[in-house]
Design a protein around this ligand. Structure first.
Ligand code: BGC
Length: 728
């Protein structure tokens, strides 16, 4: 048995910190710590032997008010070390030994020149493998520092409230526990490189807005203006856990406050979110920066609530704006010290005063090692949704393959997660290469459905690719592959190809779930998400069975658009002009489908292997569950056993989703191999947010314990009494 791991060789050349998850490697890679005189100078705060707190206090004492204010905002929108456009700077103060900070996107890779373009976060989450998230965070941050930047704007942990949202490909899907596990591991990987992770977008940043609902008003529910109206319990149970875990477990250095409002308050001026919860309850000691340009909505409320750095340039934290508020008596210097102190303390913590600036040097990037991580993630996150036995393909049994549609490019998301790849293998090339000389591969782009059907009819196997573009800035108008008049009509194309050849496989390069009304006519269906620069090779390896498809869905594929938790009410989504009411409450994703007894097309957690697994012998004790997993097929393969808990309704009117993910594992087993699995319970495994008590509460009662291969494929059941309750 093996827990899945990227071969250590894949990370050769990447210096990983041995100092635990929450502490950065101040000297990881690069030139390491050099003599203090050469950098910070001879000032009292330049002594690396002192604590970051003590150094910050000394430095603040030595600064003028003007110097302090100048550090509360960025300075150059596209600034970078070399001047090649990147994601901004905050100028230092050389005479005080304060270095300039450089910032970089993002969750899929750096956005400066060329970089390794990783699979989208929705795919990464579908690996159900936090180790791969850790490795992805590490290799992205390694590139970020080799491009001279100190802060990486990632991960993005906003929950996929609706799959039509323009940025939902950047999300880790619809489940808060999965998002938390992946986000925290990514952060630990990134910070092991001595780079500050900047988790985003805090919080309820779940939509970009829709064109055309009400003509004349522009974008309805647009991200810069929308007010997400979310009840406290849903915030705590759905939208905050990934941020909370990142702070408590991941030691994240920085948080990006979002463009939107939450319950009326701008996210960057919310005392509830920034003062009470983030710092007060969770103990966050890093710094908060604003999303770029329109997240900062005011000066004094943001300063008071806890926004430390306005990005990318000073507007509401300009010297004039802040000094005016000071003159009016609304802001004093102690508040400025508090804000700036958070930035400086984090810079001391990460060693930025004590080491030379990160050098910009693409040549130091181990492109091969990073590409191996990207490919392994793509393989482990690709989801085999259905298969009548056609897959895996055997090149020796096939004379010809018709490749149709969007196979001649890698599809990726637009906006700040768009990365210019170092290199790219598209699926067509990947299939050609893997099929070898003995197989004739024909290609047509699908713009002519008749020609595509004719090509498919003559081939032994047809593989039809569909592409769905998502981008920051605007949501998709519908959930179908092709919305209202889009050309080519990819739904019709799949239907035509499948009608022409029963041995048809469809491969979706779509950032999020889509509607699959034609799926019964296919031999197999693969969700490839946005697979990143190595996606073509990864898809080919999955198709030909060189690797078992490792992915399990991080988000539900609905049968109909009307089944979405946000459907049926403009007030819920995209909102009435600027107000989006999260009416579904905690019932997001599979929680909704289960509670409403709606059968999805493909359930959360679903994904097939080329082998079969039996889950056996469940034992439930107070601390966790144990069971055995058995590879009952004749191929090696991967399985993702998932632990769900069904909570009793604690009181009338408090809805509990029938099942909630509380743990998972991922195993690779040889044919016939058995493995014992243990999934421990955690403090919150049985708790719900009790709004009346303003606290996590475990209700007395009998809890359903379910272990399955998806949220709708429960294989083992048990019960457990908690909090003084009893199981009859
Ligand atoms: C996005 C952020 C991104 C920033 C810098 C903003 O528009 O919302 O996610 O990090 O730009 O590119």
């Amino acid at each position: 048995m093996g827990r899945l791991k990227v071969a250590p060789a894949a990370l050769a050349g990447i210096v990983l910190c041995a100092c635990g998850g929450s502490e950065p490697a101040a000297s990881a890679g690069g030139a390491g710590i050099v003599a203090r005189d050469a950098l910070c100078g001879d000032h009292a705060w330049c002594d690396p032997g002192m604590t970051p707190e003590a150094r910050t206090a000394l430095l603040l004492d030595a600064m003028t008010l003007g110097q302090k204010i100048s550090l509360l905002a960025g300075d150059d929108v596209f600034g970078s070390v070399t001047g090649e456009p990147a994601n901004g700077t905050s100028e230092g103060i050389p005479e005080l030994g304060i270095p300039t900070l450089y910032f970089s996107d993002g969750p899929v890779g750096p956005r400066k020149g060329r970089a390794t373009a990783h699979p989208s976060p929705a795919l990464l989450a579908s690996t159900f493998d936090p180790e791969l998230a850790r490795e992805t965070g590490a290799v992205i941050a390694n590139e970020v520092r080799n491009k001279g930047a100190h802060v990486v704007h990632g991960p993005a942990v906003d929950i996929m409230r609706t799959p039509v949202a323009g940025r939902s490909f950047e999300s880790y899907g619809e489940d808060p526990l999965l998002s938390a596990r992946m986000g925290t591991a990514w952060i630990q990987g990134a910070q092991s490189q001595g780079v500050v992770a900047n988790i985003k977008h805090y919080t309820a940043n779940n939509q970009e807005g829709q064109f055309g609902i009400l003509p004349l008003t522009g974008l309805v529910g647009g991200r810069f203006i929308v007010n997400a109206v979310v009840d406290e319990r849903s915030l705590r149970e759905i939208y905050l856990p990934a941020f909370e875990d990142a702070v408590r477990e991941g030691g994240v250095g920085s948080v990006m406050c979002a463009y939107n409002r939450v319950n009326g308050a701008a996210a960057c001026s919310s005392e509830s979110l920034l003062t009470d919860i983030l710092r007060g309850e969770w103990g966050f000691d890093g710094f908060v920066l604003t999303d770029y340009f329109f997240a900062q909505k005011n000066t004094t409320p943001a300063l008071r609530a806890g926004t430390d750095l306005e990005m990318p340039v000073p507007i509401l934290y300009s010297a004039a704006a802040i000094r005016l508020q000071m003159a009016l008596g609304r802001v004093d210097e102690a508040l400025i010290d508090e804000r700036l102190g958070n930035i400086l303390r984090t810079m001391f913590r990460f060693g930025f005063f004590d080491q030379p600036p990160f050098e910009e040097n693409d040549a130091a990037i181990d492109q091969e090692a990073h590409a191996r991580v990207a490919r392994e993630v793509a393989e482990q996150g690709t989801v085999l949704l259905q298969n009548d036995g056609l897959l895996p393909l055997r090149a020796e049994d096939i004379g010809s393959i018709a490749v149709i549609g969007a196979a001649d490019r890698i599809v990726s998301g637009g906006g700040s997660s768009a990365v210019a790849p170092f290199r790219q293998t598209n699926p067509l090339d990947g299939i050609r290469e893997r099929a070898g000389d003995g197989v004739t591969v024909h290609f047509t782009d699908g713009s002519d459905a008749d020609a595509a059907a004719a090509l498919a009819a003559e081939a032994d196997v047809a593989i039809v690719f569909a592409a769905v573009e998502l981008s920051e800035g605007v949501d998709r108008p519908c959930l179908a592959l092709s919305c209202r008049g889009d050309r080519p009509d990819q739904d019709a194309l799949i239907e035509r190809v499948a009608a022409a050849n029963p041995r048809t496989v469809a491969v979706l390069q779509s950032g999020t779930p889509v509607l699959t009304p034609w799926r019964d006519r296919l031999a197999a269906l693969i969700q490839a998400w946005y697979p990143g620069q190595e996606g073509g090779a990864a898809i080919a390896r999955v198709l030909f069975g060189d690797v078992d498809p490792g992915g399990r869905l991080a988000a539900t594929f609905p049968e109909r658009e009307a089944d979405l938790p946000t459907a049926g009410s403009v007030a819920a989504y995209p909102g009435l002009l600027i107000r989006a009411e999260y009416r579904e409450g905690v019932l997001i994703g599979y929680r909704w489908y289960d509670e409403k007894a709606i059968v999805p097309a493909f359930a959360f957690g679903h994904g097939l292997s080329y082998t079969t697994f039996a889950y056996e012998d469940l034992a439930v004790d107070a601390d966790g569950v144990s069971f055995t997993v058995h590879n009952t097929g004749d191929r090696a393969g991967t399985t993702v056993p998932q632990l769900y808990v069904g909570m009793p309704d604690p009181a009338p009117g408090i809805v509990q989703p029938p099942l909630q993910l509380k743990g998972f594992d991922k195993l690779a087993l040889a044919p016939g191999e058995r493995a014992d699995v243990r999934i421990p319970f955690e403090a919150r495994s049985f708790a719900y947010w009790n709004a009346a008590a303003d606290a996590w509460t475990t209700a007395p009662g009998c809890y359903r314990i379910a272990v399955g291969a998806s949220s709708r494929d429960i294989r083992l059941e048990g019960r457990l009494a908690r909090a003084g309750g009893a199981c009859e």
